[in-house]
Design a protein around this ligand. Structure first.
Ligand code: SAM
Ligand code: SF4
Length: 278
């Protein structure tokens, strides 16, 4: 029988998240402190060859999908070379990337030709000043242009919005309208206590239940999509007219740990079974 990666709870690892760098060109209030300067030395960070080697081993042990993340993966020069190598691993099913979108616009074609299939782009506000307050940079137009360019290039694009009470929960309906207008799936994520900024408080968590109430009072009843992959963290819904798809990642109020099939490789080569692991 083929060896698989099965943990003590019987969960089988099928997805790998690789953090290719700890560095980032943003300072999101829910993630990274403004004065963060303690980076790994280059010598501590996995090389692309090491990432490909580890990925190959993990694919031979049953991992099917790999997603590159960070920090911000697009700050790594020539990331497309890494993607090309990973897509060549025998039996791999797909390679994706999660990015803040700031450097994406000029890289879309290279990424598409490297074999990248999907890109999740983080966006928390459509308001310029609010975007700057949340991320620490002026870049809303760049990110929105990147989203459209990536979609037009044929990449499978999804938007990740971290919803924080009092910061951006009043934009949930606008994001759903964006999903309906563009056909791009928007996934609403609850604020998790993962921040290096010390900002997290339970009162700031805008729950999935509250998001659903807000959306249904505006759009009417929503319906869970049939036949969705239960191992993905997002529960997908559509509206009564069938226009648009949205998803919820309710990691705080409705944790889905029992169905989790992902493992993580940190940029300094540590292997984690959970985001909350030290
Ligand atoms: N820099 C890339 C980006 O922002 O898309 C990739 C790395 S980022 C850590 C991956 C995802 O985690 C993003 O969608 C981000 O919004 C989300 N995230 C970061 N901190 C979070 C938190 N405290 N709670 C919930 N989601 C968070
Ligand atoms: Fe950077 Fe992504 Fe964290 Fe924002 S969420 S600070 S873009 S790593």
């Amino acid at each position: 029988m083929k060896t698989k990666l099965i943990d003590n709870y019987g969960r089988i690892a099928k997805k790998l998240r690789v953090s290719v760098t700890d560095r980032c060109n943003m300072r999101c209030r829910y993630c990274m402190p403004k004065n963060n300067t303690k980076w790994f030395d280059d010598s501590e960070v996995l090389t692309f060859d090491e990432i490909v080697r580890l990925s190959s081993i993990l694919v031979s042990l049953g991992v099917e999908k790999i997603r590159l993340t960070g920090g911000e993966p697009l700050v790594m020069p020539s990331i497309e070379n890494l993607i090309t190598s990973i897509t060549k691993i025998r039996h791999i099913k797909s390679v994706g990337l999660t990015t803040n979108g700031l450097l994406l616009f000029d890289k879309v074609e290279e990424l598409k030709s490297s074999g990248l299939e999907s890109v999740n782009i983080s966006l928390d506000s459509f308001k310029d000043d609010r975007f700057r307050i949340i991320t620490g940079v002026n870049g809303l137009t760049k990110v929105i242009n990147s989203i459209h360019k990536a979609k037009d290039a044929g990449l499978n694009v999804k938007i990740n919005m971290v919803v924080v009470r009092g910061w951006n929960d009043d934009e949930v309906v606008e994001f759903a309208n964006f999903a309906r207008r563009t056909g791009i799936t928007v996934r609403f994520i609850e604020f998790m206590p993962l921040d290096g900024t010390g900002e997290w408080r339970s009162e700031l968590v805008f729950s999935k239940k509250e998001m659903v109430e807000k959306l249904e009072s505006n759009f009417g009843k929503m319906f869970p999509l049939l036949g969705q992959d239960i191992s993905t963290p997002a529960e997908l819904y559509s509206f009564s007219d069938g226009e648009g798809t949205i998803g919820f990642i309710p990691s705080v109020t409705e944790p889905f740990c029992n169905q989790c099939d992902r493992i993580r490789l940190t940029s300094d080569g540590r292997f984690l079974t959970c985001l909350f692991e030290n």
